[in-house]
Design a binder for this molecule. Structure first.
Ligand SMILES: [Zn+2]
Length: 255
């Protein structure tokens, strides 16, 4: 309930639902295409691609339904193996202990993998079915339903924060990144994976790209636009992992 109200209030504050570019603040956009009645545009200043005007936020919330997490849970073992690889990469490269927060955790496979690897695992997700499954079936105690900013974690609480295929879904990305900065430990690291619109394998005809998902994926970053967003809030990309699929994978620290 509080989530819906939060998002709807936040959206209605924008009048018609058209917003300035959340990365650079500019108001000039180039129309790209329409898909399922959503308008995709590119910021003429920083090149961020986004849906603008923004979808009605109950439609965004409706993309996080039971089925979404349900299908995720069914592919459990394969997903869990992939999460273990992601966790171990951070463990080998950066910090091998402390609190790990997975934002947009769904049923909590990353949290489970982090606990197995020796971290204290936490997770948040807007979708309550996944949280319930994670608590009841995967026995994960520190899962919380709601957006990150509602959780009121202490300052500098987490050594590691992961956002795997999450940042492109979040309506207020400035509020999110500001909160990430606040709760990240001084020497902490943030691990981000998001579709990469600048990747050499992203189709030139963007409307045919399988990551173009109306109402679900609101923003489409490349390394430059993601850097600009992070730098505004005192964070910076310290390393990038190349991937053969159009996926942007970066480690982030305090600037
Ligand atoms: Zn911009």
């Amino acid at each position: 309930m509080s989530i819906s109200n939060h998002l709807i209030n936040e959206a209605s504050a924008d009048g018609e639902g058209k917003i300035a570019c959340p990365v650079c603040g500019a108001n000039s956009f180039t129309f790209l295409f329409k898909k399922q009645n959503e308008t995709f545009v590119r910021c003429e200043s920083c090149t961020l691609v986004m849906i603008n005007p923004r979808p009605i936020f109950k439609d965004v919330l409706n993309t996080y339904n039971h089925q979404y997490s349900g299908s995720y849970a069914i592919k459990g073992e394969k997903k869990l193996r992939r999460c273990r690889r992601w966790v171990n990469r951070v463990k080998n490269r950066y910090i091998d202990h402390g609190r790990w927060l997975d934002v947009g955790c769904s049923v909590g496979f990353v949290v489970k993998a982090a606990i197995e690897a020796g971290y204290e695992g936490y997770g948040t997700d807007v979708e309550d079915w996944g949280i319930k499954y994670g608590r009841d079936t995967l026995q994960l105690p520190n899962l919380r339903q709601g957006i990150l900013e509602e959780q009121k974690f202490p300052d500098h609480f987490f050594q590691i924060i992961s956002l795997y295929d999450v940042i492109e879904h979040v309506p207020d990305i400035n509020s999110l990144v500001k909160e990430l900065k606040r709760i990240l430990a001084v020497n902490g690291v943030i691990d981000i994976i998001t579709p990469d619109i600048g990747h050499w394998r992203t189709p030139r005809d963007l409307s045919s790209w399988n990551e173009i998902k109306p109402s679900e994926h609101l923003y489409y970053f490349d390394k430059n636009t993601l850097s600009l967003l992070l730098e505004k809030h005192g964070l910076k990309i310290v390393s990038r992992r190349f991937h053969t699929k159009p996926s942007l994978r970066v480690y982030v620290k305090h600037a």
